[in-house]
Write a protein that binds this ligand. Structure first.
Ligand code: F6R
Length: 259
């Protein structure tokens, strides 16, 4: 794992967006794995700015979402497809075409079939070039909650109570409005991405960050599986990094790696 620690969320987003811009400069047909939630939003904003400035385009690329709620109305603003359309597609946000934004089909009559089809679609395209991730306060990546198999593929799963509490802020603070079921890439699917870029900002992520970076690899903290990935980069603000035992070493090593 490469671990970068920065002053604030804006600086993390700046580093993340430059990594993504470089990837698409090298290969405009790359496949971007896109997370939703609050954490990647500043990064998406910087990608939109870079697109406006003519430095970045997803016009020849593809994007695959990590997950989607099951049972959410198709026009709900918090449906992950809608969030990604707003951030990456609408008004020529990044050049990404609607048909090149792929999300699990949460309206399929059989979500299990939809999950299997989504996994097959990722495999058919040759996998994700770079997967953006956030992290839940319980250590989930995608919606792989504690106890999920470390090698699972895309599947139907259930949100933990803590995740529904955390996400209630998107649903007028009404936990009952937060869906209980989701389709998510599994940890095995996420691990098959060629590169991983995990972003975490804010004090509320500090414990999960400590556990996934410095704890044992365990299904109790699902993000800890990233310790087994050869090209995983973790970008943190000072608050999210505040429980790390080896923070000073990570800072020094990051500076040397960039130099
Ligand atoms: C989103 C996702 C989740 C979030 C995580 C953190 O597609 O899969 O794992 O990344 O819940 O969410 P935020 O960024 O809102 O704190």
């Amino acid at each position: 794992m490469k671990i970068g620690i920065f002053a604030d969320a804006q600086e993390c987003a700046s580093v993340a967006s430059e990594i993504i811009i470089d990837l698409f400069a090298d290969d405009p047909t790359s496949v971007l794995g896109v997370a939703t939630g609050s954490t990647p939003e500043p990064t998406y904003q910087m990608l939109r700015q870079a697109h406006q400035a003519g430095r970045f385009s997803l016009a020849k690329g593809q994007a695959f979402a990590l997950d989607e709620y099951v049972g959410i109305p198709s026009d709900h603003p918090e449906r992950y497809r809608n969030m990604l359309l707003r951030n990456l597609v609408e008004n020529d946000a990044t050049g990404l075409l609607d048909e090149n934004l792929h999300t699990p089909d949460s309206e399929h009559p059989d979500p299990q079939v939809a999950a299997a089809e989504y996994e097959a679609k990722i495999a058919a395209i040759g996998g994700v070039s770079l997967q953006i991730l956030g992290i839940g306060t319980d250590g989930h990546i995608g919606f792989n909650e504690p106890g999920t198999s470390l090698t699972e593929v895309t599947h139907v799963d259930y949100l933990m109570e803590q995740t529904r509490i955390d996400n209630a802020r998107f649903f007028d603070h009404q936990i009952d409005q937060v869906p209980t079921q989701c389709i998510t890439q599994g940890l095995g699917t996420i691990m098959s991405a060629k590169r991983i870029l995990l972003l975490a900002t804010g004090k509320q992520k500090a414990e999960a960050v400590k556990e996934i970076c410095e704890g044992s690899v365990s299904a109790f903290w699902p993000g800890s599986i990233l310790q087994m990935h050869r090209q995983a980069t973790v970008l943190l603000d000072e608050d999210a990094a505040s429980h790390l035992q080896l923070a000073d070493y990570y800072r020094q090593r990051w500076a040397l790696q960039q130099g």
